[in-house]
Design a binder for this molecule. Structure first.
Ligand code: DX5
Ligand code: ZN
Length: 216
């Protein structure tokens, strides 16, 4: 199966966001990846709902919303108002993850959970049958353009094994340092969805790069 591609608009030109959203609309991308940061859970701040309202209006691709914030459950109504396809929360940010996942599903969105590089795949054992997708962070979250952490490949293999063993239907997504080379290795390891920021938006031809990632 061809991977799903989710370009991360964190690496887009914020002074001309409409142009980059239009590029994603016209491309082979499956989703648009939206990184929301709060400067508390991660050491950076990206953009908030006033900006995303316009992104949501322009995007024809389903929104894949990755919340790198504390207490993400507080923002379920705001993410829902964007018309998001996926609402993705961090394992490390949710004391009551099971409840948050149910709340996201009850709001009519697909619930996903992200694990940071130091969080073991085995911690997902009791939630794997409740989530639409698991995101394995292959860098420490907060910034685009970082170097891929090679151990992430082992985590993708472990997650594939957990999904197969439990009969879960969860998709495996990877985010951070994804390019043509790491993307290929990730798909071989069992990834279903690739997020890429820098590799797409800093390429000479972003649309062609999306096409190439899709063809991996
Ligand atoms: C990082 C974000 C990523 C980021 C990836 O914290 O979650 O989505 O945009 O950027 P690249 O692909 O440049 O590593
Ligand atoms: Zn992300």
């Amino acid at each position: 199966m061809k991977p799903l591609i989710s370009p991360s608009i964190l690496s887009a030109n914020f002074a001309n966001l409409a142009k980059d959203i239009e590029m994603i609309n016209q491309s082979d991308a499956d989703w648009a990846h939206i990184d929301i940061m709060d400067g508390v859970f991660v050491p950076n701040i990206s953009f908030g709902f006033p900006v995303l309202k316009f992104v949501a209006e322009l995007s024809t691709k389903p929104l894949d919303v990755h919340l790198m914030i504390v207490e993400p459950q507080k923002f379920i109504p705001e993410v829902k108002a964007l018309g998001a396809h996926v609402m993705n929360v961090h394992f490390e940010a949710c004391t009551h993850l099971h409840s948050v996942i149910q709340q996201i599903r009850d709001a009519g969105m697909q619930p996903a959970v992200t694990i940071n590089p130091a969080t073991p795949v085995s911690f997902l054992e009791d939630i794997i049958n409740d989530v639409y997708m698991v995101l394995i962070m292959s860098v420490n979250p907060g910034f685009g353009g970082q170097k891929f952490i090679p151990h992430s490949l082992n985590k993708v293999r472990q997650l594939r094994e957990l999904i197969d063993r439990t009969g879960s239907k969860a998709l495996i997504q990877v985010d951070g340092g994804v390019n043509m080379e790491t993307g290929k290795a990730l798909i071989e390891a069992g990834a279903d969805v690739l997020v890429a920021g820098n590799a797409i938006f800093n390429a000479p031809d972003p649309m062609d790069t999306i096409k190439q990632l899709k063809a991996l």
